[in-house]
Design a binder for this molecule. Structure first.
Ligand code: GLY
Ligand code: MN
Ligand code: MN
Length: 437
């Protein structure tokens, strides 16, 4: 993402905030994995969205109309000793030169400088609860101003939820964002193809995961967007299975839900295919049902349709199919109304996708499902999971299937960003019958 993109985002926020206001946004904290070992740091998505600045111990401040500049970064100072151990720091000069801050101060000076920036403003855009240690400091600064009102200081009168404003901006992707999402999608497609080429009876789930990560990293994605789900057989029925430590068995399906993060943007793809390369008739019947429901749901992704229409379409096709296969009994409309399908399909058909895999943005406005608009990106991911096989024929037991694609709403309909990942039975079987990795 270039500097102009970040500047455009800040300007949009400034336009919404208006004068007499200030936004304060602390970055995420480093978290500990175990003694002396930290998880790799990743900026808070909103923080990155506004700045592109990715160091811990940093705070963004935006002050519309400030004569000396509207965009401030508090960050760590340069420190040769620390940089020898832990890596490069931009410092205050770097924050200005590389990231376009108008002013930058040491993180350790927050207590001295921030109250002065808050003073005299009416509205503070901030999100309580994201970084509790920072909340505590913020409350302290605001209390200090309130107590000093007798000396003529003016303390803010309104705290506004910053996340809510940013969530709405992030929901609509710019062309630069769509480009990054296309790249994340493309790389993830290749990772799924590689997984299909590699999979064989007797391999371990984590060995398949290794092929996926290899493909991500080789193509400039330092990390998956979320821990990959690689579940053979009945593990495919565990929606967020990440142990990935079982051996793959003959006649089982393998469900892989994996997506790369490219330049802070996520892909989120699921494919379900046979470990030995050939679906059993029962697996094929359920698989094609999920596939039909997914296609029906994708067809509902277009401007003017509301958020829940793809889900409603998927539920209808799945319920019809479960009736036909004898997995549900009763009247179609009653089964849908009473949500009987939930025994086999217990999650929703999708979510917004962007910098966070479950991305931000409201699904309802004024109590009604919101309408889809060009520039929104969502997943479409129906599934079926035969988890409780009581009173169900053995051939269906513990089959878990999900098919997930990433879909951009366009002016005229939609574009499936992940369509390169095979999902027709014939395509998958042909790919798996070809040369193995
Ligand atoms: N990978 C998480 C999800 O599909 O929602
Ligand atoms: Mn998803
Ligand atoms: Mn997924």
């Amino acid at each position: 993402m270039n500097k102009k993109e970040f500047a455009r985002r800040r300007q949009r926020l400034i336009d919404i905030m208006g004068e007499d206001s200030i936004a304060v946004l602390p970055n995420a904290k480093v978290s500990t994995r175990n003694r002396d070992v930290d998880y790799i740091f990743r900026s808070d998505s909103n923080f990155h969205y506004l700045s592109g600045f990715d160091e811990p111990e940093s705070v963004l401040v935006i002050v519309p109309g400030r004569p000396h500049g509207e965009f401030l970064i508090f960050c760590r100072e340069r420190d040769l000793d620390k940089e020898i151990w832990d890596g490069y720091r931009a410092g205050q000069e770097g924050a200005i030169e590389k990231y376009g801050a108008d002013d930058s101060y040491p993180y350790s000076d927050l207590n001295d400088i921030l109250p002065g920036l808050l003073e005299g403003k009416e509205k503070v855009y901030y999100t309580m609860g994201n970084v509790p240690t920072f909340d505590h400091r913020m409350v302290g600064w605001l209390n200090h101003l309130r107590n000093a009102s007798r000396q003529g200081m003016h303390s803010p009168t309104e705290i506004v939820e910053l996340d809510h404003v940013l969530n709405e901006l992030r929901l609509f992707k710019s062309s630069a964002e769509i480009k990054a999402m296309r790249t994340a999608a493309e790389i993830s497609v290749h990772a799924h193809i590689r997984a299909m080429q590699f999979t064989q009876v007797g391999k371990w789930e984590y060995q398949v995961e290794a092929e996926i990560i290899h493909e991500f990293m080789k193509n400039d994605c330092r990390s998956p967007a979320y821990p990959s789900i690689v579940g053979g057989g009945e593990n495919g029925c565990i929606l967020h299975y990440i142990e990935n430590d079982h051996k793959l068995k003959n006649n089982d399906l393998l469900l892989i839900d994996a997506g790369a993060e490219y330049d802070y943007y996520a892909a989120d793809i699921t494919r379900t295919f046979p470990v030995n390369g050939k679906y059993t008739p029962a697996q094929k019947a359920l698989y094609n049902l999920v596939l039909d429901s997914q296609k029906a749901a994708i067809a509902e992704v277009k401007p003017g349709n509301h958020w829940n229409q793809p889900h409603e379409a998927a539920v209808r096709v799945l319920t019809e199919g479960l009736l036909e296969l004898g997995l549900l009994n009763g009247k179609l409309e009653t089964l849908i109304e009473k949500e009987q399908y939930r025994k086999f399909y217990m999650h929703r058909t999708g979510h917004w996708l962007g910098m966070d895999v479950h991305d931000v943005g409201d699904y309802k406005i004024g109590g009604e499902w919101r309408l889809l608009e060009p520039g929104m990106v969502l997943t479409v991911e129906p599934g079926l999971y035969v988890r409780n096989p009581e009173n169900i024929a053995k051939k269906w037991h513990f089959i878990g299937i999900r098919i997930e694609d990433d879909v951009l709403v366009t002016k005229t309909g939609n574009e499936v960003l992940t369509q390169g990942a095979p999902k027709e039975v014939d395509e998958i079987e042909a790919l798996m019958a070809a040369v193995k990795l």
